[in-house]
Design a protein around this ligand. Structure first.
Ligand code: 3H9
Length: 696
């Protein structure tokens, strides 16, 4: 018998305990162990079988690490069917998270009981898949088509109470899973309860599947697996069980071959790998309980909100009592939003605003905080003043962090007497919502300060990425390059609207021009002015966006930018002045506009992003390609199903991308300088993912 499933006999009941930490994933040994356990129970004359998970959870799903490799027997759907086919009474006792294949095993057993904290779901869509172990055939028979489609197409988890109400489980009981399972199984035996097979239940009533398919496809912004769930569930209505299972298997296998599946599984593992850095092994973070935040604008208030929501005490420093009050208003507004969304109770809100938050106008108020984050105006002189003050008032060992989005942290650190304590913690706005945190490590930053940055990120529920110092770090540096590519496309003939459409077609939540309107066009304007004195004369920089700004059109906040937001239209309509300004600039520069297909636009835009990303990795600003991928995914709206720019590049094929870049360089050799790392990988026949694996 496999060690992944432990066998025990308690009276008439055979107990199968999963022993495959950390999450009892249904790898080959577990699958084989389940079948062997059922066979042994039958051979030994047991009357019932109890299945439960050792450690922290029931089965959390198929073993994702096996995906993409040749499947090995016994296959999970066969395991599910074998369990259900047993003449013995089979009971599941669930705790932790019964997800994907785990829930599919559970609904193949005849009765299910769970502890109150148990959660369950079919999250396969988040991996670019559908439930592929009979879940699309069994769950609709159990709870109906609409409810099961909701669970499958969203991948959301339900709690034990909801599962009970839906009929996914039969009971809830407090206690250890083994104990509640044994008690329940014995009760069922004593009551002479019948064996109950979901596959033998009548086929569920159909719905308008064509409409459901179209609606699901439209909702998923280019991701195909949710719509495949609809097709699989339709099979549950149309076909006998066994044929439905075959149809599900065919759809599952089809998805297994897609780039979307590869992209999403890359995202799953990278999201977890991103904060695992060899340099942090064995390095303990410093204790952080009280946080100082300097500056109470949108960013500072967002950072303060994130910290307060995670149970930290915050001292927020502003210049004047009025500004401090305004900051309090912003933070209370953010927290009030969390109460409305059900993320924060009124009691907690009262406690946070009453005690955990202090506002001050005196630096001395920061003398006792463990970590301070400055979020003041992006100007080196201002930052230096702030850090000089912090050096004077903060206690020894306090971490001094800057939220700058591009300034040199080494230079900021140099104005203190404690360079090792200085780090960049770059949040994304709104900081209490956005998941990304760039942890920017300067030359002298001490390892335990880096560890503290990552520990804080974890506490705040962020995806933290290590970045080195350069203008814009990982994310904004790459953004600047693909934005420039978009600007060049506009000068040469595309419209901002066509580019936005092409990039939302690729899967971005918004195109670059709509994003600029949201962020405020004055930001790019200020950056262009800042960089103008040192700009290389070969750089092509359009001037029409400056003209928009000169007329006070800063995007959404002024009602007009690339789009016109008059009439309260959320997405806005194209601002007619924009094309006039563009055409005038093209005429002035003597550019004859040419046609770009949406595909051309995507290809160039992505090539520029990949090329810059390869430079960022090659220069060590990002340690691994996956660090770039997670930055773009969690901070810049990159579609998860494309994995990240460098995973996407691998899937496209690096030689073809490099060829494209070299072709574009014939038009503009300055902008399209191929990244040395990209050239090297192509020459060696390797991929970005090879670099990820080498760094693991
Ligand atoms: C499926 O079931 C398909 C079937 O329908 C059909 C098949 C034919 N496999 O997240 P954590 C690892 S698809 C392998 O940090 P938490 C994870 O990488 C599957 N490994 O813990 C990490 O490793 P490391 C459907 C897995 O407490 C460690 O376990 N199921 C798997 O924050 C701890 O994970 C899912 O999609 C796995 N299935 O969260 C569930 N799951 O320490 C995916 C986790 O080396 N999993 N690992 O970095 C989750 O959502 C969360 O991991 C879970 C625990 C909620 C379970």
């Amino acid at each position: 018998m496999s060690e992944a499933i432990e066998y025990e006999r308690v009276g008439d009941i055979a107990v199968l305990k999963a022993n495959n930490p950390p999450v009892n994933a249904l790898g080959m040994d577990v699958r084989a162990g389940l079948i062997a356990g059922v066979e042994r129970a039958e051979a030994e004359g047991a009357r019932a079988i109890l299945i439960y998970g050792g450690g922290r959870t029931y089965f959390a799903g198929a073993d994702i690490r096996e995906f993409g490799k040749p499947p090995t027997k016994p296959y999970l759907p066969d395991v599910c069917n074998r369990i259900e086919a047993s003449p013995l009474l089979v009971v599941s006792a669930m705790h932790g998270t019964a997800l994907g294949g785990g829930l599919e095993i559970a609904v193949s057993t005849h009765y299910r009981i769970a502890v109150p904290s148990a959660r369950m779901g079919l999250p396969e869509v988040h991996l670019g898949l559908i439930p592929g172990a009979t879940g699309t055939q069994r769950l609709p028979r159990l709870v109906g088509v609409e409810k099961s489609l909701d669970i499958m197409t969203t991948g959301r988890q339900i709690n034990a109470q909801q599962a009970l109400e839906l009929g996914v489980i039969d009971g809830i009981a407090e206690g250890e899973p083994r104990d509640i399972g044994l008690t329940y199984a014995q009760e069922l035996l004593d009551a002479g309860a019948p064996r109950r097979a979901v596959s033998e239940m009548p086929a569920p009533a159909p719905i308008d599947f064509d409409a459901a398919y179209d609606a699901t496809l439209a909702r998923s912004r280019g991701q195909i697996s949710p719509a495949y769930c609809v097709r699989a569930v339709k099979a549950a209505c149309d076909l006998p069980f066994a044929e439905g299972v075959a149809a599900e298997r065919a759809l599952f296998r089809e998805l297994m071959e897609t780039d979307q599946r590869q992209g999403m599984i890359h995202a799953f593992f990278s999201e977890r790998a991103v904060s695992k850095l060899p340099e942090l092994e064995g390095v303990a973070p410093r204790d952080v309980n009280a946080i100082g935040v300097i500056g109470g604008g949108t960013m500072g208030s967002g950072i303060a909100t994130a910290c307060l929501l995670s149970g930290l005490n915050v001292v927020l420093l502003e210049m004047t009592p009025e500004a401090a009050e305004a900051a309090r208003g912003r933070i209370e507004g953010n927290l009030g939003g969390a109460v409305k969304r059900g993320k924060l109770s009124q009691d907690k809100y009262d406690a946070i605003t009453g005690k955990a938050l202090t506002l001050s106008t005196e630096y001395a108020a920061l003398s006792d905080v463990d970590l301070v984050i400055e979020a003041v105006f992006e100007e080196m002189g201002v930052k230096k003043q702030v850090f000089t003050q912090l050096d004077a008032v903060c206690k020894r060992g306090a971490v001094l962090a800057s939220n700058t989005s591009y300034l040199d942290i080494d230079e900021i650190a140099a104005c203190t007497s404690r360079r090792g304590d200085v780090i960049g913690l770059h949040f994304f706005s709104p900081a209490h919502v956005m998941k990304l945190l760039e942890v920017v490590v300067a030359d002298a930053t001490a390892p335990d300060v880096v560890a503290t940055g990552f520990a804080l990120g974890k506490k705040l529920g962020k995806v933290s990425v290590r970045a080195g110092v350069c203008d814009g770090f990982i994310g904004n540096r790459i953004l600047k390059t693909y934005r420039t590519c978009a600007d060049h496309l506009v000068l040469d003939g595309a419209s901002p609207y066509q580019i936005d459409k092409a990039m939302t077609g690729f899967g971005f939540a918004m195109g670059p021009f709509a994003v600029a309107d949201l962020a405020g066009l004055d930001i790019g304007w200020a950056t262009r002015k800042r960089l103008a004195p040192t700009r290389d004369p070969r750089e092509r920089v359009p001037t029409y966006p400056d003209k928009l700004c000169e007329h006070g059109n800063f995007g959404q906040k002024t009602g007009k930018g690339y789009y016109d937001y008059a009439g309260g239209k959320r997405g806005g309509v194209p601002n007619p002045q924009v094309m006039e300004l563009i055409e005038a600039e093209r005429a002035e520069l003597g550019i004859a506009p040419r046609e770009f297909s949406d595909e051309d636009i995507v290809r160039r835009y992505m090539a520029s992003m990949v090329n810059e990303a390869a430079k960022v990795v090659g220069e060590g600003i990002a340690r691994r390609p996956l660090d770039v991928d997670m930055t773009l995914l969690f901070g810049y709206g990159f579609p998860r199903y494309n994995g990240g720019p460098l995973k996407w590049a691998d899937m496209q094929g690096l030689p073809a991308l490099l060829d494209d870049i070299c072709g574009y360089a014939e038009e503009d050799a300055y902008f399209w300088q191929p990244a040395p790392l990209l050239e090297q990988l192509v020459a060696e026949g390797r991929s970005f993912d090879d670099l990820n694996k080498e760094a693991a």
